[in-house]
Design a binder for this molecule. Structure first.
Ligand SMILES: [Zn+2]
Length: 106
């Protein structure tokens, strides 16, 4: 998966197409992500001891990682990042549009 937690992504398929948001969680096994404010579903929670919220609550449901594109933090274009290697040997993602390195070297 090219997407990481904290990335800004654009939804390119499904009913939430065109929305952008920050990736909150990833499910690596299923190749799915939860994007903040995208694909909201209403859950009906029963009041129970230990449950802080009850009633109807809006919650994000996961979407498939192939339905989102990373938004480049350099050129602001949606991109499928490619893997690049710095002189230091660290692996980073780079933008296919502006060729800039997206990740800060860590
Ligand atoms: Zn870019």
């Amino acid at each position: 998966m090219r997407i990481r937690t904290g990335d800004n992504v654009l939804v390119i398929a499904g009913k939430e197409k065109g929305k952008t948001g920050r990736v909150e969680r990833r499910f690596l096994d299923e190749d799915r992500v939860i994007v903040e404010g995208v694909n909201l579903v209403t859950r009906h929670m029963k009041a129970r001891p230990g449950v802080s919220q009850s009633g109807r609550i809006q919650k994000e449901a996961s979407i498939h990682a192939s339905n989102v594109l990373l938004i480049c933090n350099k050129c602001n274009e949606p991109t499928k990042p490619k893997t690049a290697f710095l002189d230091t040997g660290s692996r980073v993602r780079s933008c296919t549009k502006c060729q800039e390195v997206i990740d800060d070297a860590r």
